[in-house]
Design a protein around this ligand. Structure first.
Ligand SMILES: Nc1ncnc2c1ncn2[C@@H]1O[C@H](COP(=O)(O)OP(=O)(O)OP(=O)(O)O)[C@@H](O)[C@H]1O
Length: 290
């Protein structure tokens, strides 16, 4: 079966930071959310899968490919949109995509032209294909980034924090594009934005400090908090006391008051009501407990 299997992957940087600690994940075709706060190790994991940096130990396989031993085989089937994706601002989208296609080894002129045109249509940049990339908005640049990542029709597409800085309309457009690709490709979406995963992913993992805290189906993961999550509206001044007294996993202001979410195996007391968990609660409870 076509799956990405990561087994016992570890990496410690020279400065002593344990960026990956015995990471094991099984990632099938579809959209997979890799959720974690800044510094969790997401980019390190992505770069390791992309064979751009080495791991200390562990293995990665994609179908029949031993990724760490056969980096060139992996590159043939990998599409990658890194966190920092630079474009040549003076070139048009069409020209740069064509150039990148040549670099990816698509040397037949007719085949390359067809592929470039098809991808520009797919990411909805065909109308602006002659315009310089320097004038593109953040969302347009990200869609161009996806187009270049799809040039070799990859079996594995990885996108690192792709929606940061996009407005809601562009974010939505980007989601739709990724979902479409995810119908027949393994797509790993690394993000610290819970909504990205909630909207898109049928499977996910939460990682923090280089460790996998939880993995599985978002709905099932949310059900794990069923019957243990309580909400209460309190006065702003009471917040510090509640933090000391309860396992408080989130707090937000609401009309001048504070709404707190508390994790508890028994009813925490007067004024608390049992609520259904959302993915934000799962995320916060995992990060809080770690
Ligand atoms: N080249 C490096 N040398 C030393 N430490 C590093 C290096 N790259 C990353 N780190 C550290 O490893 C940890 C994981 O970083 P990583 O960039 O993988 O996390 P991340 O989840 O992608 O975070 P972000 O969203 O902020 O990029 C962090 O503590 C980071 O400071």
């Amino acid at each position: 079966m076509q799956e990405l299997i990561i087994s016992n992957l570890s990496k410690t940087y020279k400065n002593g930071v344990k960026a990956l600690q015995d990471i094991s994940l099984q990632i099938p075709i579809g959209m997979y959310g890799l959720l974690g706060p800044n510094g969790a190790g997401k980019s390190t994991l992505m770069r390791t899968i992309a064979t751009l940096q080495a791991a200390d130990s562990g293995s990665i396989t994609l179908g029949g490919i031993d990724v760490l031993a056969q980096p060139n085989e992996l590159k043939k089937v990998l599409g990658y949109l890194p966190q920092q994706f630079g474009v040549y601002p003076a070139l048009s989208a069409e020209l740069l995509l064509n150039h990148l296609a040549v670099l990816k080894g698509i040397l037949n002129n007719k085949e390359r032209k067809e592929m470039v045109q098809a991808l520009l249509h797919k990411v909805n940049l065909y109308e602006v294909r002659k315009q310089k990339l320097g004038g593109f908005s953040g969302g347009m640049k990200q869609r161009f980034g996806i187009a270049q990542a799809l040039l070799n029709n990859p079996r594995l597409l990885m996108v690192d924090e792709p929606t940061a800085g996009l407005d809601p309309v562009e974010r939505n457009r980007f989601y739709n594009l990724l979902s479409e690709v995810g119908e027949n490709t393994i797509v790993i979406l690394s993000t610290h934005i819970v909504d990205d995963v909630k909207e898109l992913c049928s499977r996910m993992a939460i990682i923090n400090k280089g460790k996998v805290l939880v993995q599985g189906n978002p709905v099932q993961i949310m059900e794990n908090l069923q019957g243990r999550l309580y909400e209460k509206m309190i006065h702003k001044n009471e917040l510090e006391q509640y933090k000391k007294e309860y396992q408080l996993i989130s707090d937000r202001l609401y009309l001048g008051n504070q709404i707190v979410h508390v994790l508890s195996d028994t009813h925490p007391g007067p004024g608390f009501k049992l609520i259904d968990a959302n993915l934000e609660d799962v995320y916060m409870s995992q990060i809080f407990n770690a």
